[in-house]
Design a binder for this molecule. Structure first.
Ligand code: NAP
Length: 302
């Protein structure tokens, strides 16, 4: 494979840093868009040969975006933010990529299958859908590939934000019967698939779904118990109708309770199967062996 230049936005973030290192490991030439005040966070990447364009997404800085994307094979975004970044900022980046004849654009989607989740069910997914729709009409010849990884199989998400399992309290939480398959992939593996997709010369699916683990809630509990040797207390928090009612109540006052209702929204679309990953494309990348829940629990000593 020829050495490819890849531009990355969000390289100082949790996922972005892993994507950056995975791209460098693959021998790609890496160009980063970094806010001036965040420059020190990419010292290690610069030491590994990455070059930096100082600038911010959403700043309407056409010169910085041009400098970032000119001559690149792919542009990857791993940013986190509101619609000003996810929709407008990424739209500016896509237009710059199109004008520079970039081959592939991977936006900051990284979620369950938000193309199947009804609009209004997850606020932050709606913004990504909005960008995806805009990208279809504005991409020109750029191939836009959304990486779908389910939820992050990490301390911060499965064992944190979504609170499926809390290793501190020894409790697992579920709404409804928990009998629908859920999809979980570590940050690290999501980054490996993203880096592989970024430099791939094949045509790739628009919704590139990959998974580390696919189990229903009871399988997730069993995998944790087996790997940790600890028994969990399962708390059923209510029916799926109860979950709908709680989300409606919490979101009725706009974004005031955002941090409370957002994880519930993600968990609802996980538990009711509307965000299921199907078809999966792990087989396109046979060199990547993603971690299972058991692998992760053992590695982290959870
Ligand atoms: N599927 C899941 O379970 C799950 C869970 C969590 C996150 N995610 C998704 O994964 C993606 C990455 O999340 P993360 O947790 O890695 O995010 P993160 O750690 O918060 O990183 C966000 C990145 O965006 C950069 N950024 C923010 N505003 C910017 C701007 N205006 N211009 C340029 N860069 C800007 C930050 O740079 P600075 O260092 O300058 O602030 C940072 O590099 C997001 O799409 C997120 O929704 C998915």
């Amino acid at each position: 494979m020829n050495k490819k230049i890849v531009a990355l936005v969000g390289s100082t973030g949790q996922l972005g840093k892993l994507i950056a290192n995975a791209l460098l490991d693959k021998g790609a030439e890496l160009r980063l868009l970094v806010r001036a005040e965040s420059r020190s966070k990419v010292a290690e990447l610069e030491a590994r040969g990455a070059t930096v364009v100082e600038g911010a997404l959403g700043a309407n800085d056409a010169d910085a975006l041009k400098a970032l994307v000119d001559g690149t094979w792919a542009v990857v975004s791993a940013i986190q933010g509101g619609p000003d970044l996810i929709v407008d900022g990424q739209a500016q980046l896509l237009r710059a990529a199109r004008n520079a004849n970039v081959h592939r654009f991977i936006p900051s989607t990284f979620s369950l299958d938000l193309f199947k989740v009804p609009l209004g069910h997850i606020v932050t997914s709606d913004w990504r859908r909005q960008f995806a729709d805009l990208a279809e009409s504005e991409r020109g010849d750029v191939e836009v590939v959304h990486i779908l990884n389910g939820g992050f199989l990490d301390r911060s998400t499965l064992f944190g934000f979504i609170d499926v399992i809390n290793p501190e309290t020894g409790k697992a939480h579920v709404w409804g019967d928990g009998k629908v398959i859920e999809y979980w992939t570590t940050y690290r593996d999501t980054a490996l698939y993203t880096a592989a997709a970024a430099v791939d010369e094949r045509e790739l699916p628009r919704a590139l779904a990959v998974k580390g683990e696919a189990l229903d809630f009871w399988g997730v509990v069993a995998a944790y118990e087996e790997a940790s040797g600890k028994k969990l207390e399962v708390e059923t928090l209510g029916s799926m109708d109860d979950l709908d009612a709680l989300i409606n109540e919490l979101s009725s006052s706009g974004m005031d309770n955002f941090r409370k209702f957002l994880p519930l929204m993600y968990y609802r679309s996980t538990l009711n199967g509307e965000g299921a990953l199907d078809p999966l494309y792990n087989d396109l990348f046979p060199n990547i062996t993603p971690m299972t829940i058991g692998d992760y629990v053992r590695q982290e000593g959870l």
